[in-house]
Design a protein around this ligand. Structure first.
Ligand SMILES: Cc1ncc(COP(=O)(O)O)c(C=O)c1O
Length: 294
């Protein structure tokens, strides 16, 4: 990756999407074009961390086998000449298990694979490792970057999405995918009280009650209309079926816009079934369609 490709294409462009007859005013905010690797919401989430962190200390970060965060963090760590230790959920995995993990290893990151229960325990400790883990992973001075890059930096960074939308379009509806909810929380924080824009959150995770409550409470406190769509159609995070994959392929064939299967394909499915009047903005939160298993 050459130096000039970093930093990024910001603000990201809008593209009119003439795809659904029932949504004649559909626009996509192409955050997927921000950067080939640190794509979508990733740099928005990571920028504050990298601005404030101590570049001499190891960064300890976390993710699942198909995490989009891990390749993005690896790229940024390598770019800044930093040492990264990635803790990956799934002791059965290795660096060659999939292109996401191989990419991270090729950036010089140190990967450790842990059981689901060990990963859960780390999450419960808010990603603070034990002394035993530090010894096992051979880490001395370190700083934690939580799973998915979540945290206050991420929320502040994602607020910029709203600042980039509002001067250009005044959407009646904003539709976006959610996992940890950092992205939508950032957007809602940046939106004004009593905004006329209705926010539609397509959760990629089934039954994400804690995230739903946080997001709903914030929207309510600002008198913003919110729809939360739980992932009850496909069986939960990472689950897809042939109908969804066909929809995703047809969309890409017609528009030449690749979308990822875990997040944006589920937004596509929502948009294909919902009736919305006025200007609709679909925030394409990126991902790595090319890395995915099909
Ligand atoms: C491509 C993509 N879209 C959407 C999301 C959801 O973002 P968040 O976890 O901030 O809700 C993620 C996860 O970070 C992602 O990788």
């Amino acid at each position: 990756m050459v130096q000039e490709e970093f930093p990024f294409h910001l603000p990201s462009p809008f593209q009119k999407i003439d795809y659904f007859n029932h949504l004649p005013e559909l626009w996509m905010k192409r955050d997927d074009l921000i950067h080939p690797v640190v794509s979508g919401n990733k740099w928005r989430k990571l920028r504050g961390f990298f601005q404030d962190c101590d570049k001499s200390k190891t960064v300890l970060t976390f993710g699942g086998a198909y995490s989009n965060h891990l390749p993005a963090a690896s790229f940024a760590l390598k770019y800044f000449g930093m040492h990264g230790v990635l803790i990956v959920r799934g002791e059965e995995l290795n660096e060659r298990s999939n292109p996401f993990l191989s990419y991270c290893a090729a950036q010089g990151m140190q990967l450790h694979f842990v059981s689901r229960s060990e990963y859960r325990a780390l999450r419960a400790r808010q990603w603070q490792p034990t002394q035993e883990q530090l010894l096992r992973w051979k880490i001395k001075e370190f700083q934690v970057l939580p799973e998915g890059g979540a945290g206050i930096h991420a929320i502040q960074g994602c607020g910029e999405i709203w600042s980039e939308i509002y001067p250009i379009l005044t959407p009646r509806h904003l539709v976006l995918a959610s996992g940890t909810a950092s992205t939508v929380l950032g957007v809602l924080h940046a939106m004004p009280v009593n905004s006329d824009t209705q926010v539609h959150v397509v959760s990629a995770v089934k039954g994400a009650k804690k995230e739903q409550e946080l997001v709903t409470d914030l929207a309510h406190s600002k008198n913003i209309t919110l729809s939360w769509i739980d992932e009850t159609s496909f069986g939960g995070f990472g689950r897809v079926n042939d109908v969804l994959l066909d929809k995703k392929t047809s969309f890409t064939e017609k528009t030449a816009i690749p979308i990822d299967r875990n997040y944006n394909a589920k937004v596509l499915n929502y948009l294909s079934n919902v009736r919305l009047n006025g200007t609709v903005v679909w925030l394409n939160t990126g991902g790595y369609p090319l890395f995915e298993r099909l």
